[in-house]
Design a protein around this ligand. Structure first.
Ligand code: CMC
Length: 428
């Protein structure tokens, strides 16, 4: 990094400080504010609109240009030419694997897919109608009780094993959460299937019948996994990093990421988008619904993004996948999908959305694809969590591997009462 450039900050009392300007390999420069505390003041940036919370070499986003790179590779190329496990290897290790490394990685992950039999009992503690994300927060967190003793987070091999376990076992737990919800028996993983096929098998297979995956649907789900694998320092990833910065167990940290992802402003958006389409109900109601958005009664779910203010590059890939899947399943004339396309068209041509740079994000289309594949709405965010697990664990690993990392500890602008004396109960 280039540390020679300086920004000077002068306070209204005349005190000033020189702050280094840092340049990354891509993206805007950042002003290194760490020395500011010497003046006894802090920066105030509650939702991190202008704050870089760490350095990272994993994912790059340029929101204005609509770029997303994993380890330098554009997302469009990865979605077109790669597969999910290869992308996982890339995110975790920094480079694409050789053929030998790829096969070795596939074999390791495949042979870690079963969960401890005792874990299955955790599910019985949940109501059958529990939201699968609530179940996931619990059971992924519970993994920390199974692999706690052998884990020295300062040992790179131990961290690698934890990453492999998470990558391999989260799909098994996700499928179990679904099976528990619908009252069907758990389906054990099958090693003859690819990572994505195996997940579909555990979701849709039954002990009564053979399961034959549809390659177009497998490819669509593979793309959803690739597109959601990492996204720089978003809310859930920052949560995982903050939890991990204290030296906490990685399975527990990933559970905290799942909790953060659940919200409708983040990973819950594809579920919320589908529910919104169902609420609108008919193409004839699109205009009226959009008017409600413009009157600020509610937001258009699956639209807008904190970082992408031009277009979400993941949305373009997902849009074409969406058409592929609808064609394969002969669903082009389905009422819900026609309604989605009408909503997209209406919003894209309306000045309210154009002025605010509000475009459909990846979740608008991924919700439609997941619905077409047969994944129930309440599992949408679970799919996102499954795919994002590799991002979370890669970011956690990157942070712990940095010998200089410290516990994250934001400060605050205190707006409460000034000092006052305790008032006895009879005087209140
Ligand atoms: N529908 C209608 N208006 C919107 C929307 C929307 N989805 N998103 C933003 N706006 C308006 C907002 O009301 C504001 O208008 P005004 O200037 O008149 O006050 C303006 O656009 C700027 O919005 P903002 O709230 O400052 O934008 P933000 O960067 O804080 O919010 C967001 C980003 C993703 C939380 C928001 O766009 C949103 O809630 N979208 C719907 C939920 C969604 O689809 N989330 C998934 C994001 S993609 C998955 C992921 O990466 O996690």
């Amino acid at each position: 990094m280039d540390n020679k450039r300086i920004a000077t900050l002068t306070l209204d009392d005349g005190r000033s400080i020189e702050l280094p300007i840092l340049s990354g390999t891509l993206g805007p420069d950042v002003v290194d504010m760490r020395a500011l505390s010497k003046l006894g003041v802090f920066t105030y940036d509650p939702a991190f609109f202008a704050t870089a919370s760490c350095t990272s070499a994993i994912t790059f986003i340029d929101g204005d240009a609509g770029l997303l790179y994993y380890r330098g590779y554009p997302i469009e190329q990865l979605a077109e030419k790669s597969d999910f496990l290869e992308v996982c290897y890339l995110l975790l290790n920094g480079e694409l694997p050789s053929a030998v490394q790829k096969e070795e990685f596939r074999s390791i992950i495949t042979h870690h897919t079963m969960v401890h039999d005792q874990l299955a009992r955790f599910f019985n503690g949940f109501r059958r109608d529990a939201h699968p994300m609530a179940v996931m927060v619990g059971v992924v967190g519970a993994l920390s009780a199974f692999y706690h003793d052998s884990l020295d987070i300062n040992n790179p091999q131990h961290r690698e094993i934890s990453a492999h376990r998470l990558l391999a076992k989260v799909p098994t737990l996700a499928a179990m959460a679904y099976k528990y919800n619908v009252g069907e028996p758990f389906i054990y993983p099958k090693n003859k299937f690819s990572y994505v096929e195996n997940f579909m098998y555990m979701m849709f297979g039954t002990p009564a019948e053979d399961y034959v995956p549809n390659p177009i649907l497998v490819r669509a789900l593979e793309r959803i996994f690739i597109l959601h694998a990492d996204h720089e320092q978003n809310a859930s990833t920052s949560t995982v990093r903050l939890a991990g910065s204290s030296g906490a167990n990685p399975f527990a940290c990933v559970a905290s990421g799942i909790a953060a992802l659940w919200g409708p402003a983040h990973g819950g958006a594809n579920e919320a988008a589908l529910k919104m389409l169902e609420e609108i109900g008919d193409v004839s109601r699109v205009k009226e619904y959009v008017q409600g958005v413009k009157d600020k009664k509610y937001k258009l779910m699956g639209f807008g993004h904190r970082v992408y203010k031009n277009m979400d590059p993941r949305a373009s890939v997902m849009r074409s996948t969406c058409y592929e899947v609808l064609k394969e399943l002969k669903l082009e004339n389905n009422k819900l999908f026609q309604l989605a396309m009408e909503l997209e068209k209406t919003a894209l041509s309306d000045p309210y959305f154009i002025e605010r740079k509000l475009y459909p994000n990846v979740d608008f289309y991924s919700g439609i694809v997941l619905r077409a594949i047969g994944i129930p709405t309440n599992m949408f965010t679970v799919i996102f969590a499954l795919a994002r697990t590799i991002g979370w664990v890669s970011q956690w690993n990157e942070m712990i591997a940095d010998a200089d990392h410290k516990i994250g500890r934001p400060r605050q602008l205190y707006m409460g009462e000034v000092k006052r004396d305790f008032v006895a109960l009879e005087k209140r």
